[in-house]
Design a protein around this ligand. Structure first.
Ligand SMILES: Cc1ncc(COP(=O)(O)O)c(C=O)c1O
Length: 336
């Protein structure tokens, strides 16, 4: 597609929102074989080399960097940050130097692989240990005084990144209208840095879809006294997004959107710590649907999805946010 659903619906945003085509959209929607009512939104296929939810956000983030003449970008995430990988790939393509500040996460093959991918894509990795030390490095960075530096919040969840998921919800609504899938009763998605859920919440509201959106919290709710992954934190991101839309789209002057409470039941013992239910869901997705998930985000969300599937008579949609393209192929191409 040469444009995006968000611009088709709100042409007033052209000129106020920089966008660059990076993703292969729309992503497919498919019924899940062997289930009566299970569906999947294949955001694992957003890009031919590296899919997942970050590419949608980066379409707006990279465009904003280019519009501002940015030369250097800084972000932060866990040691195995998927957002860091996606940002490293897209920054490399855009000619922007990226530094990723990292905090501790339980080690796993995915973590190791993501470290290798970020390095191979030319990102500079600086490990800071605790989340607090990492966040302080990011927010107190001396380069904040430079005009050609860009500070990208974790998970690529900054104000323009969130619009990538407003667009995604509008895209889903177009697929429902086209008869590609029935309107879901329930949509399940993992929540880490909040941008995916915030964008989907706003976008589903704008599209008038009645689907109940279930955000499955997979990150710690607080950093000391600061709410990081809570309903309120997502609401703040939603409020920022609706303020932007109210400002630029006259028909949305009165837009106001409420976030549904996050589902805390699948978090387990910590960010990146696998749960039994999450691991069982990963096995089911791999064996029955041939879809690879991971333990930090999508495994936990898939556990919630399978429970919702068992208790909901109508269609239930799993929004797959994890890359499923071969990282062996990607790593080899980067090391050439
Ligand atoms: C695979 C995967 N799924 C889901 C998420 C969560 O999305 P968000 O950070 O927008 O809440 C992330 C990243 O944070 C991720 O890497």
């Amino acid at each position: 597609m040469t444009t995006r659903a968000i611009f088709q619906r709100y042409p007033e945003l052209e000129g106020h929102l920089a966008w660059q085509s990076l993703a292969d959209l729309p992503t497919p929607v498919q019924p899940l074989p062997g289930t009566a009512n299970g569906w999947i939104k294949r955001d694992d296929l957003t890009h031919a080399a590296y899919g997942g939810n970050k590419v949608r956000k980066l379409e707006f983030v990279i465009a904003e960097m280019q519009a501002r003449g940015v030369k250097t970008a800084y972000t932060f995430g866990a040691t195995g940050t998927n957002a860091g990988v996606a940002a490293a790939l897209m920054c490399r393509q855009a000619g922007v130097a990226l530094t990723v500040y990292t905090f501790d996460q339980p080690d796993s093959p995915t973590v190791q692989r993501n470290q290798a991918l970020m390095r191979a894509a030319g990102a500079k990795l600086v490990h800071r240990g605790s989340l607090l030390a990492t966040v302080l490095t990011f927010y107190l960075h001396p380069a904040r005084l430079r005009r050609d530096a860009y500070f990208l919040f974790a998970g690529c969840s900054n104000p323009v990144g969130v619009l990538g998921y407003v667009n995604a919800a509008l895209e889903l609504a177009d697929q429902v209208a086209a008869g590609d899938l029935p309107e879901p009763d329930v949509i399940v998605v993992p929540v880490g840095s909040n941008g995916t859920l915030a964008g989907l919440t706003v976008g589903l509201h704008l599209a008038g879809l009645k689907s109940r959106l279930v955000g499955v919290r997979v990150a710690a709710s607080h950093l000391g006294p600061i709410a990081t992954c809570t309903t309120g934190a997502v609401q703040q991101m939603v409020d920022q997004t609706t303020a932007f839309l109210r400002q630029h789209v006259p028909t949305l002057r009165d837009l106001s959107v409420r976030v549904a409470p996050l589902d805390d039941q699948y978090f387990g013992d910590g960010y990146g710590v696998p749960t039994t239910a999450g691991q069982a869901a990963m096995v089911r997705f791999a064996e029955d649907f041939a879809i690879p998930l991971e333990a930090t985000y999508t495994g936990k969300a898939a556990a919630a999805f399978l429970d919702a599937l068992a208790t909901t008579p109508g269609p239930v949609l799993f929004w797959d946010t994890f890359n499923s393209r071969s990282t062996d192929t990607l790593l080899a191409s980067l090391q050439k």
